[in-house]
Design a protein around this ligand. Structure first.
Ligand code: URA
Length: 164
């Protein structure tokens, strides 16, 4: 499927309840030939406002860790397992994840990256693909708050540089 029709389907999606309380879907962004895909949980309020992933506090932290490892945010594809905001930033429910995950699988199949970084336990539910390395790390919001998690996050991103 072409990326434009995939994005259109995501933008129009009403397969679960989440569209009702959000301003817009956030499909994700980045080059279609990206070697690395970064996957978070779902957009927050800032992302919902502008329609782009990881533009709030967690996104600024993520950009900093990428830059510290010589990785340009523009060279990676960034998205979420769930494409709509959840109210009060609650964890997406299993049926919401199940409804949304085919879009993520289609994005992975279209981009065919070398590595997929799953940020946080919800993103760890992403179905795996052969011939792609899946790295499970913590969510940047947790890495911002807890030293141990920050260390793990920084180590995992340091290991990414060799794929770019
Ligand atoms: N947290 C996420 O998991 N995704 C975003 O896009 C922003 C914050």
């Amino acid at each position: 499927m072409a990326v434009s029709s995939l994005n259109e389907r995501i933008i129009q999606c009403k397969k679960c309840r989440l569209w009702q309380d959000s301003k817009q879907a956030v499909p994700g962004e980045g080059p279609l030939n990206a070697k690395v895909i970064l996957i978070g949980q779902n957009p927050g309020a800032e992302e919902d406002k502008v329609g782009r992933p990881f533009v709030g506090r967690a996104g600024k932290f993520l950009n900093k860790v990428l830059a510290a490892n010589g990785i340009n945010r523009e060279e990676v594809f960034v998205t979420n397992i769930v494409k709509h905001l959840t109210l009060q930033n609650r964890v997406p429910l299993p049926d919401e994840i199940a409804a949304c995950v085919p879009y993520l699988c289609a994005q992975i199949d279209l981009i065919k990256p070398k590595v997929v970084v799953l940020m946080g336990k919800i993103a760890w539910q992403t179905p795996r693909r052969d011939d792609i390395l899946f790295i499970e790390t913590v969510h940047p919001s947790a890495a911002m708050r807890f030293t141990k998690m920050r260390q793990r996050f920084e180590e995992d991103f340091a290991s990414l540089a060799k794929f770019l």
